[in-house]
Each structure stands twice: as structure tokens, then as C-alpha cells.
Design a binder for this molecule. Structure first.
Ligand SMILES: [Fe+2]
Ligand SMILES: [Fe+2]
Ligand SMILES: [Fe+2]
Length: 405
């Protein structure tokens, strides 16, 4: 498969930005709007940092992904603002992004994205030029987007007046002036809350950016996807390490089944990303200890479709869309989302179904005793022909027996 590293990398980061921003089963475009605006400001005042500002703006709230938004919303706005999980999200986000190859400087921008010019920001109460300049571009872009959502009718002068109230408080005067120039000369930025062509604009912008400097190009995609998988798993208290383990079990199985190298790579990536759609499920459902209501279960059942929706924009993973979409189909046609049966279900999806169930049984979960490997294999065997493909179970019994989990 032809691999254009730079464009694959940026498509993956885009997909990651979308999983951070899914809300109530809706793609939300706030991060993309902020990315366009902040990048335009950076182009004017700190052009050498444009790419890093762009990627930081796609990922700046990655540290919020594990926050339980339902319990947070019960608090007053002031309590929310000063809650420890909120105060630490820039630090958490920065640590995650630091691990993504080529984005070391974006991680520094993320650390400072809530610092204010007047020293009243967080987490370190930095002030003036102690604050990363790229973070200031992001700060004004975010402030503008919030104004715009509340006041879509504001004209240029009114907007600049509103933002001007934060000059030398939230952001510095030079960032404010550069932002004014961007708005004055760029009609698209003034009308950015019309989401229709946002995706195209983001793609075009990415192509124009100065190339990133990767210290080593050897496993950029692999390392990035492992970070991606950790973000997916962080959403759910009980799934720490789930995607990585499902990937390991799936690879062991396809190797034992003597599938070729291409299939091994396909399953490696598909299994790492299979539950990406779970980020769209509210925390209170994911962490609910008791049985789910029908309505809640219907929401959970949408996650394979959302995973497919997220990864279809990554060119090198287009051939994985069907695999992730069908990882909850059952061999007897009783699964979801499409009730496919037997050979209708892509083979690699059948492998992931089994690896997924094996991990669920052998990991600690609430109200469920963790099974030994032998017990899990007996349970899989019991479901032969119902949930699972018998041929893959036979292989799993040989492959998994020697594992220590
Ligand atoms: Fe934030
Ligand atoms: Fe799943
Ligand atoms: Fe899973």
C-alpha cells in the first residue's frame, strides 16, 4: 500500500480530534474551527510555529476525554471551572501529545492553552511572555469561537469590540491585532460557524503547512495509533489497555492462522481502533454498574458504526471500515449493527469479535468475576456457532492456552 507519511499522519490526527469532540452522537466542529482560526493568526505572527499551532488546536482538549461530563454538569459553572479534573486537563493533554512523534512543541502549546496574559490562567499561572505564543493564538481563536456560537449575528466591529475587552487580560495586544487582520481579510474566518465546507478547508490547510520534523520516521503511524488507542480506552474506567490487548490477541490469532503479512497489519490497526466509536457514548452509560435500559443499550450498539464513520476519512484505513463496523456481529446472525451471519461477516471482524470477548472475560469488570484463561476458552467453546466462528475458536484454544494475562 502506498504510504504518504505526512498525509496519513494528519488524517489520523484529524480522526483523533474528532473522537475528542464527539458529543451526544454528533460530530462537533469546535476544534476544527479553532484550528483554522489559530493557524491563520500563527501564520501572521509566529509563522515558524504554524504547523505546531495547527496540530495543537486539533488536540488541545485531549486531556478531557476521561472526564465524567455528567457529574461535572451537576456543578455550578464556577465549581466546574475550579474542579481539579478541569485544572489538570492541560497537563494531562500535554503529556499525551508529547508521545506523538513530531508534536513535541504542540505539547508545550497545549500545556499553556488556558494560561492568560494577566496571570490568572491555569495550570501554572504563567503571565506575559512566559506563555507559549502559539498558545495565545489558540486562546483568542477559542474565545472568538465561543462568542460566535452565542452571537452568530455579530459584525466585524462588534466582534472586535467584544474581544477587545479581553486584550491584555486573556491574550496580548499583538495577538489581538493579528486576529483583527485575519478577520478583516478572510471572509471564510468571519463565517466559520457555517460548518459545511469546514472539512475541506481543514484538508487544504493541512496540505499547505510546513512539513513536520519527525525525529525518526520508522514507526510514526504505529506510535501515533497506540496513543490513539490509549485515548479511546481512557474514556472508560474499566477498559484501560483493552484496545492494545485485543490487538495483541488478534495478531496472535491471524499469525497462527497463517494469514499473510498484509492481513496481519490490517488486523493490527483495525483492532487498535475497533472501539473508537465508544467515545460517543456518555460516561454514565459506559460506567453504569447495573444492567442498561433498552435506550442506553441502543446507544452502546451504535459504537461500531461510529468507529467506521471516524476511520473512513483515513485513506490507508479505508479497507478496515467493514472490519470495524462488523466486530459485534454474531456468527448466527444475532449480533449488530447489520445482523450479518457466517461468511457474510468479514473474516478479520470474526477474529476481533473473539479476541474482544476473550479480553472482556479475562479482565476485571464490575459485577463479573474475572475468568481464568481455561474458563474463558470453555465459555468461547460454548458459544461456538452462536456468537463465534468455530474454526477460529479451535485456533484460539491452541494459541491462548499458554498466555499469561
Ligand atoms: Fe481546554
Ligand atoms: Fe466494541
Ligand atoms: Fe472492544
Amino acid at each position: 500500500m502506498e504510504l504518504n507519511l505526512e498525509s496519513s499522519f494528519s488524517q489520523i490526527i484529524n480522526a483523533l480530534s474528532q473522537i475528542i469532540a464527539w458529543e451526544n452522537h454528533q460530530r462537533i466542529f469546535h476544534a476544527w474551527r479553532v484550528a483554522v482560526l489559530a493557524t491563520e493568526v500563527a501564520r501572521k505572527i509566529t509563522p515558524e510555529d504554524t504547523s505546531q499551532v495547527f496540530y495543537a488546536s486539533l488536540l488541545y482538549d485531549v486531556g478531557t476525554v476521561s472526564i465524567d461530563e455528567t457529574s461535572l454538569k451537576k456543578l455550578s459553572l464556577d465549581q466546574q471551572r475550579t474542579h481539579p479534573v478541569i485544572l489538570e486537563h492541560p497537563v494531562k493533554g500535554s503529556k499525551i501529545v508529547q508521545e506523538i512523534p513530531g508534536l513535541e512543541q504542540a505539547a508545550e502549546i497545549i500545556m499553556d492553552h488556558h494560561e492568560r496574559w494577566d496571570g490568572n490562567g491555569y495550570p501554572h499561572r504563567k503571565r506575559d511572555d512566559e506563555i507559549n505564543f502559539g498558545a495565545q493564538c489558540l486562546r483568542i481563536a477559542e474565545a472568538y469561537d465561543f462568542y460566535l456560537q452565542d452571537n452568530p449575528q455579530l459584525d466585524y466591529d462588534q466582534t472586535m469590540k467584544q474581544l477587545g475587552e479581553q486584550k491584555n487580560k486573556e491574550f496580548c495586544a499583538s495577538v489581538y491585532e493579528a486576529f483583527g487582520e485575519v478577520l478583516a481579510h478572510n471572509q471564510y474566518c468571519r463565517e466559520i460557524n457555517r460548518d459545511e465546507c469546514l472539512e475541506e478547508v481543514i484538508m487544504e490547510l493541512q496540505q499547505e503547512l510546513p512539513p513536520l520534523q519527525f525525529q525518526s520516521k520508522s514507526d510514526v503511524i504505529g506510535v501515533t495509533l497506540r496513543v490513539f488507542a490509549r485515548v479511546i480506552d481512557a474514556k472508560h474506567r474499566y477498559t484501560s489497555g483493552h484496545s492494545q490487548r485485543v490487538s495483541q490477541y488478534s495478531i496472535l490469532l491471524v499469525e497462527a492462522l497463517h494469514l499473510d503479512h498484509d492481513e496481519v497489519s490490517r488486523i493490527k490497526w483495525a483492532s487498535l481502533l475497533h472501539d473508537a466509536g465508544k467515545v460517543a457514548i456518555p460516561q454514565y452509560i459506559l460506567n453504569k454498574p447495573g444492567p442498561l435500559s433498552e435506550e442506553e443499550y441502543d446507544l452502546v450498539k451504535r459504537h461500531p458504526e461510529i468507529t467506521a464513520e471516524i476511520i473512513k476519512y483515513i485513506d490507508i484505513f479505508k479497507n478496515l471500515v467493514a472490519v470495524v463496523r462488523h466486530h459485534h456481529e454474531h456468527f448466527n446472525g444475532q449480533g449488530y449493527p447489520d445482523k450479518l451471519e457466517t461468511e457474510q461477516i468479514p473474516y478479520l471482524a470474526r477474529v476481533i469479535t473473539l479476541a474482544d470477548a476473550f479480553d472482556a472475560m479475562t479482565s476485571p469488570r464490575p459485577y463479573q468475576r474475572m475468568k481464568t484463561i481455561q474458563e474463558a476458552l470453555t465459555e468461547l467453546e460454548r458459544q461456538k456457532g452462536n456468537q463465534f466462528d468455530g474454526e477460529i475458536i479451535t485456533q484460539a484454544k491452541e494459541t491462548f492456552l499458554g498466555l499469561t494475562v
